[in-house]
Design a binder for this molecule. Sequence first.
Ligand code: OAD
Length: 259
Amino acid sequence: MPYGAQSRAVTPELGTVVQKLRDARNVLVLSGAGVSAESNIPTFRGEDGWWRSLNPAELATFAAFKRDPRLVWEWYDYRRGLIANASPNAGHRALAGLETPAREVFTVTQNVDDLHERAGSHQVVHIHGSIWEVICLKDGKTYEDRRVPLPGLPPTCACGGLLRPGVVWFGEALPATACAQVEDYFHKSWIDVALVIGTEATFSYIGDWALRAKRSGALLVEINPSPTVLTQYVDVKLEGKAGEILQEVKKGLSLNPGP
Ligand code: OAD
């Protein structure tokens, strides 16, 4: 039975995405905070992103850290607790399920959580760093620290230096290794489908990567309940929550494609 004959939620747009994914060999996923929203991790620009009446956009800066490292660490310690106790949602799981021996999925996430990996995704680049990493401001070393809560705030390194979270703050350069991995991917892959999910796409590099995939022939798809700066450029907009839509996509892929 062709996809759509059973499901009431299916739309022609969803059908197009399912058809294209079915034959795809390379899928690029550009994900943002909205993908983890259904795991109860607050987005940055949503109302729930505010913490103790502070705007995350003002906390996620080196200037804020220099002014009050303890306050900024309290916010990260709180987010580390949320992430440690969260589980991947249906959206993360459906994306991991897109990987098959014949279909490669490369995910570039702005999220500092590890929910894509915990859902089973194998190729994930964290373009804004990882909340589980810390960087010593004295000796420059980066290492993983998964303790929740951290025993003392702000945390310090064995060398006595102040530690900062291993994330990219506003105005900072992206990690060179992560950028090189994305560049390498673009050079060696023919992308069939690019899924932009749960992001405002306010950072120019996200829009650039999405449009670059489209220019090279990929079907550009946005999954988001709201319009974004990218919406006018996409081939298909699937309006709604990532978890719900990706589950529909997964259902579609598991059905017989028909004649
Ligand atoms: P934002 O918080 O700016 O935007 C979240 C997006 O997710 C919005 O477009 C929402 O409409 C959408 N959304 C909300 N719930 C959703 C759901 N259930 N399913 C799908 N989409 C949903 O997050 P990002 O665009 O990811 O960067 O930007 C976050 C980046 O900005 C962070 O990495 C951080 C931040 O400031 C830095 O710190 C450099």
